[in-house]
Design a protein around this ligand. Sequence first.
Ligand SMILES: [Fe+2]
Ligand SMILES: [Fe+2]
Length: 250
Amino acid sequence: MKIRQNDIGHSFSTSKKRFLHKSTIHNMFTTELEYPYWQRTVSLLAQRYGLDTKETFEEAAFAQKGINTDFFIELLHLFNTESELPIEQFKTFPIPIILDYLQKTHHYYLNKKLLEIEQSISNLRNQLPENHLLPFLENFFVWIKENLTFHIRMEEEQLFPHILALYLKVKDKKGFSIQQFIENHADTVELQLSEVKKHIVRAQSSVSEIFPFRVLLKQLDEFEKDLRIHAKIEDEVLIPISLELELTNK
Ligand SMILES: [Fe+2]
Ligand SMILES: [Fe+2]
């Protein structure tokens, strides 16, 4: 998606600006802001934006990649604290910035997250070929891949182009409405992940039996949280502002 320069903004606060010179992206958002525990989150977000966290932080480079630094910092806060989504704050960002994040995240799920989970299940198959949970995990993987792909395709092919057309005030192909989307949109993958984690833990009789599953459990945990934040931004920020636009454009 093409993001216009005036959608990006340059409003780092003065306190943050003094860290800009010669600081890596990683340090910029972790050590020097005294949030060392942000390390994982910075890397999670950087991956989907195609950033190398060892590179020197330059706001111009962020802007060139279409990244709004304030939006990036809001996301970091959200991922780290999982506090209430600051809905009104998020609603102040231009729609293309929000859509861009959601699209990049979709891509990251399909091309990175799912592959990591698949790899962990395959490692388990090599380590514990007789384990009774393997058929369940393999079926679950097929299910999640199909559902997520279908869900994402629908959003990318119908919802997002419709919202972009509303934002740009251009005519969109008829037959799609936000209201209709709300009625059919469900976040089943996230719920299913939570059930699968519980099932893995329940199915093992001792902690040592759970041990080989720890990598997979951690990945599912992280994915569930990521999906939860994604769904919140979609359902509580993007959909309400788009619905308003749809009503005013009528
Ligand atoms: Fe989505
Ligand atoms: Fe969704």
